[in-house]
Design a protein around this ligand. Structure first.
Ligand SMILES: *[C@@H]1O[C@H](CO)[C@@H](O)[C@H](O)[C@H]1NC(C)=O
Ligand SMILES: *[C@@H]1O[C@H](CO)[C@@H](O)[C@H](O)[C@H]1NC(C)=O
Length: 428
């Protein structure tokens, strides 16, 4: 539910990626704790080189000529390779996420200034539909309100006004027709974009098969992977968070939790009920027992606590939101997480950077561990050792997914692809 409300990243939000997908964390995390994308990337490179014997021979000769170390990237990239500007790519945001059709389109970001991605034309005017290399469709807006698809591409319908208005009766036929070849501008990719978990993504099964070419989500196995945040190697003294350990003297509180949608049926509320019988938890936010967030703001408030309950609203693979990245890791409160299992978290953050509720047989024993850490600052401080090597990036919505989509098009070949089983993939 969060992207809508998400603040812009306070950290340096423009750390560029060198991974092949928009997958920034592969570089950041691969070496240290064996994150999958590093391996995947390696295999892909292998496959590329070995595709055919002549290619292999050519690659071999090139390596010999230039000396092997140049081939493995230890020298700066070859000038005639690196100076070629990426091809200009247009990406149309079909509608403002969560905005409804009446919302004025946002001002597109400058992908170069923000994320070091050049050659992007970010479009909001539907009149440019025919020119777009990719169109971003935000899931929630596709399944709420009246249907809102581009009309079949072809003969007459090309002016902006007609593109906006579509009779509802035509709609069912149109939805079917759109998945068939020839009904869309040639070479254009439709991208299904979603940052909600499957529990909060209604209507998945109403979307026609093969309608979308790519997926864009927090799931690592998306075509365009954009996590809610990630760690990257610390290279600059100003990288966030500042300092190796937050100022502990300012931490007057023990456990904080910020929750905006209070629902007794959610696992996080049930766990909180048990935990708060054994340790004081200060709850902020609308609904439930929360008190209003003080005027100093959420991040300043949470920074004064030793622990933050980074409890996700539902438990799904890779569904780790800004509650971890921004509210806990960036502010310097040790995250106590409830979400996917520990193994899944360890694909994103070092194991010693967080406390998982599953590490304890009961909320009572978690509470005694937190009280133990409160009395033993030396042990508590170990939860910040990741800061020696890493900084936190918090993804900014929707600028960052938009620019990453452009980058993905630039890096992709022409091979067509479409998503046949969106619901069963995403709900897995
Ligand atoms: C920006 O991207 C270019 C390649 O497009 C790369 O050479 C350069 O190092 C990147 N800049 C930063 C600050 O990482
Ligand atoms: C995108 O999907 C459509 C519908 O399945 C398909 O006809 C088209 O070839 C795909 N295009 C690309 C570039 O993948």
């Amino acid at each position: 539910m969060e992207p809508r409300r998400q603040h812009e990243s306070r950290g340096r939000s423009s750390k560029p990626a060198d991974a092949r997908r928009a997958a920034l964390p592969s570089r950041a995390m691969g070496a240290l704790w064996g994150w999958v994308a590093g391996g995947r990337r390696g295999r892909r490179r292998g496959r590329g080189l070995l595709r055919s014997a002549p290619a292999l021979a050519a690659a071999g000769m090139l390596c010999t000529a230039l000396a092997a170390y140049a081939c493995w990237g230890q020298l700066p990239p070859l000038p005639w390779v690196s100076t070629a500007p990426p091809r200009p790519v247009g990406v149309l945001l079909w509608s403002e996420p969560f905005g409804g059709r009446s919302t004025a389109p946002r001002q597109p970001p400058d992908c170069w200034l923000r994320f070091n991605i050049s050659g992007c034309r970010l479009l909001t005017d539907r009149a440019a539909y025919g020119e777009a290399h990719a169109v971003l469709f935000h899931h929630r807006d596709l399944v709420t309100g009246p249907p809102d698809w581009p009309p079949p591409w072809g003969a007459q319908v090309r002016n902006a006004k007609e593109l906006r208005v579509l009779d509802q009766e035509e709609e069912a036929a149109v939805a079917e027709a759109l998945a068939t070849p020839g009904s869309r501008p040639p070479g254009q990719r439709w991208v299904w974009m979603n940052f909600e978990s499957p529990s909060h993504s209604p209507g998945l099964r109403n979307l026609a098969a093969d309608l979308f070419n790519w997926t864009l989500s927090y799931r690592t196995d998306s075509d365009i992977f954009v996590p809610y945040g990630y760690l990257y190697p610390r290279s600059h003294p100003g990288d966030q968070p500042l300092g190796l350990v937050p100022p502990l003297g300012r931490k007057r509180g023990l456990v904080a939790w910020v929750v905006s949608h209070w629902d007794e049926r959610q696992a996080r509320v049930r766990y909180y009920r048990q935990l708060s019988q054994h340790i004081a938890v200060d709850v902020f936010g609308r609904g439930g027992p929360g008190q209003p967030v003080p005027d100093s703001g959420l991040l300043h408030t949470v920074a004064r606590y030793k622990f933050y309950l980074a409890f996700e609203n539902s438990q799904h693979m890779d569904y780790i939101t800004e509650k971890l990245w921004r509210n806990a890791l960036l502010t310097g409160a040790v995250p106590v997480v409830l979400g996917p299992d520990r193994t899944n978290y360890e694909r994103f953050v070092p194991r010693g950077a967080f406390i998982h509720v599953d590490d304890f047989p009961s909320a009572a024993s978690l509470a005694s561990y937190l009280l133990f850490l409160d009395r033993n600052p030396a042990v508590y401080r170990r939860y910040f050792s990741w800061r020696r090597s890493y900084a936190v990036h918090v993804t900014s919505f929707w600028d960052e997914p938009w620019c990453r989509a452009c980058q993905a098009v630039q890096r992709a070949g022409d091979r067509p692809k479409s998503i046949s089983h969106l619901a069963s993939w995403f709900e897995r």
